[in-house]
Design a protein around this ligand. Structure first.
Ligand SMILES: [Ca+2]
Ligand SMILES: [Ca+2]
Length: 74
């Protein structure tokens, strides 16, 4: 294991921990206040794009407030 690998692991664990403890409020993520988080808006949240498709229960391409609340971001 080299220094670069250690740095990546450290950064990954720090950001994951910070995010889990501080998931943004829905209305802060829904920038245009249309009641949905679009994939574009999701890009502002670390980890959200990774789980976007899984969180989009009704497959309309956006997350409503309930879907966002259930999004398993880690
Ligand atoms: Ca929106
Ligand atoms: Ca949806």
């Amino acid at each position: 294991m080299n220094i670069k690998t250690l740095c990546i692991i450290a950064l990954t664990s720090v950001s994951a921990t910070a995010f889990a403890a501080d998931k943004p409020e829905f209305n802060l993520v829904d920038l245009n206040a249309d009641g949905f988080v679009s994939q574009e808006e999701a890009q502002n949240i670390v980890g959200l794009t990774d789980v976007f498709e899984a969180a989009d229960i009704n497959k309309d391409g956006q997350l409503d407030e309930a879907e966002y609340a259930e999004a398993a971001i880690s």
